[in-house]
Write a protein that binds this ligand. Sequence first.
Ligand code: WT7
Length: 657
Amino acid sequence: MTQSPGQGQALDNLLTESRTFPPSAEFAAQANARPELYEEAKADREAFWAKQAERLHWETKWDQVLDWSNAPFAKWFVGGKLNVAYNCVDRHVESGHGDQVAIHWEGEPGDSRAITYAELQREVSKAANALASLGIGAEDRVAIYMPMIPEAIFAMLACARVGALHNVVFGGFSAEALRTRIQDSACRLVITTDGQYRRGTPAPLKPAVDEAVAGAPSVEKVLVVKRTDTEVAWTDKDVWWHELVDSQPDQHTPEAFDSEHPLFILYTSGTTGKPKGILHTSGGYLTQTSYTHHNVFDLKPDTDVYWCTADIGWVTGHSYIVYGPLSNRVTQVVYEGTPNTPHEGRHWEIVQKYGVSIYYTAPTLIRTFMKWGADIPAKYDLSSLRVLGSVGEPINPEAWIWYRENVGGGKAPIVDTWWQTETGAIMISPLPGVVSTKPGSAQRPLPGIGAKVVNDEGVEVEHGGGGYLVLDEPWPSMLRGIWGDEERYRDTYWSRFGEQGFYFAGDGAKYDDDGDIWLLGRVDDVMNVSGHRISTTEVESALVSHPTVAEAAVVGASDATTGQGIVAFVILRGGAGDDAGGAEAIKALRDHVAKEIGPIAKPRQIMVVPELPKTRSGKIMRRLLRDVAENRAVGDVTTLADSSVMDLISAGLQSDK
Ligand code: WT7
């Protein structure tokens, strides 16, 4: 395998990296994507999407492709009816592929399980019957708080099958975060496990559910999968999965639901403290996840082994582990654990074991692999890999090249896919086999998608210019709103460029001289830590809810591995933090944030300060705090109410660095 050049040299070269990588003739000849797709979509966008929708089985065909008359609330494939789970499972069994492995599941402690489509059909049917026996049906909300075990996927598909909305909450979130997400959407059922494996040791999970449910009166039952055999407290709401689900009939007749029937809610961070429940519906969502998965990853269902390393707690897991791949009859790997358990070659060992051919991960993990060293992937046979994907944050050219050389054997095309929880599916990405890839750029909107870079006034910028990324055409998998908050939906996404009718993504972007799009990170108060979205306000609220904190300001500071790291500036109440360097107070605060939100939101660094920089109208100037957090000279302070504040901060910094 080709090795990348020495680190220092690589850095110098890559600051000016401008190579492009044209597809090989061999890859292009077999690619699912064709160059004509761009033209076809441009000629008639709606006809193009209608054609993509035919990838699915519709019980009743739609009579209108798009109804945008009530913008920004879209309706796609109006009048159509389908069952999403049937499309992901049963139809593959009916077409004679029941014996094909759908999921090669790999547990963290080394246990594994191969699940065929026929088996998946039985498991999902049993789970759907179990939901029905608990009175769960169309439009009910079900929270799923589980590690990456097969039952999590069965549970999602069972919800889809009976028309209930799942609300998956990442297993790393705290009881409090779980409670607010259950309560906001009034979930009637929670599906969870006794515990989960974390870096080789079982950790309890159910106690967090017990705590959340105690404060969430809508919950009637809690369905518990036994995973770690951890002893758990039992309440009268609790039901064991193995008792209820395993005793159900393994056949279930799916009902066809309206194309706009809600499929799921997924909470994501916004610029305020309260997470937004992003709502997705059925027909359009499944059409676009299926279409993008087929074309962007070039999936060949008979020969490929696909692996997306995301967790189902995030939208990537929803769209590119569950719905897109399964609707395309994938054979995929699902891995429960962390990449360095029990050793730093775990991912490559799995690639070798299953002959993974398509691998989709996040830049933060690629940079972590770089840190661990190229000698680790070099020990394994990775020659099966033929397409590599990246998602979650901008990928720096150096990591891109490292990925190509050390994982992709110097030849696998890399697809840098830009999208969001709100967009539901990939929006901007090169098409492998069609587009020459370019390290660091997500390049161009997919056929059927309208995206551009505009200035403050909403006018498209010239090639070479920068501004904001907007989406200027409705798309099938777009969010249909924020659960219970129509106003917030309009305000957040549609008011910034309301006149032009553009969806404002919240990302800065630029065009290069070829007109390719480069994403530049969020322009709002949302941080991106290891590809996870965390709002500054959410962390600030958690900090000020601690009795020792008088005021707090949080910024995302650039971080070589995680993209951004959370840096907090706090003013402590009189007396608190007087111990040596305030170390104890700081530790207590980090733990408190983990308890309020989850360990992923723990600040990398907390600085105790006497004052915070504010404008005359009382707004915290995060820009100046970011200068401090990133060890830069502090910028222009003339708009501060008290310009000496920054000197005070710099002089008296106590930090836990
Ligand atoms: C935000 C959305 C989409 C699944 C994972 C994150 C950033 C995402 C890229 C990329 C540059 C990216 C954006 C976006 N982002 N992919 N390929 N290049 N930035 O979903 O939590 O909804 O976050 O992630 O800032 O707005 P999410």
